[in-house]
Design a binder for this molecule. Structure first.
Ligand code: SF4
Length: 62
């Protein structure tokens, strides 16, 4: 499973890197992105929590 951020939708609220900093990070443009890595089992819960918590549904974990 990998995480993706739709940068057209992200509003830069900084919530996802707070919930799951191992996967999500803020970029210089003020928007979030997700590391291009396979999400390990121990991080899956927090990555999915970030996906569910995003206020604009910009995150996909699949
Ligand atoms: S939680 Fe959603 S809106 Fe907030 S920074 Fe992350 S992707 Fe962007």
């Amino acid at each position: 499973m990998k995480a993706y951020v739709d940068k057209e939708t992200c509003i830069g609220c900084e919530l996802c890197p707070e919930i799951c900093p191992e996967i999500f990070f803020m970029e210089d443009d003020g928007l979030a992105n997700a590391k291009d890595v396979e999400i390990s089992d121990d991080l899956l819960d927090s990555a999915q929590e970030a996906e569910e918590s995003c206020p604009v549904d910009a995150i996909t974990v699949e």
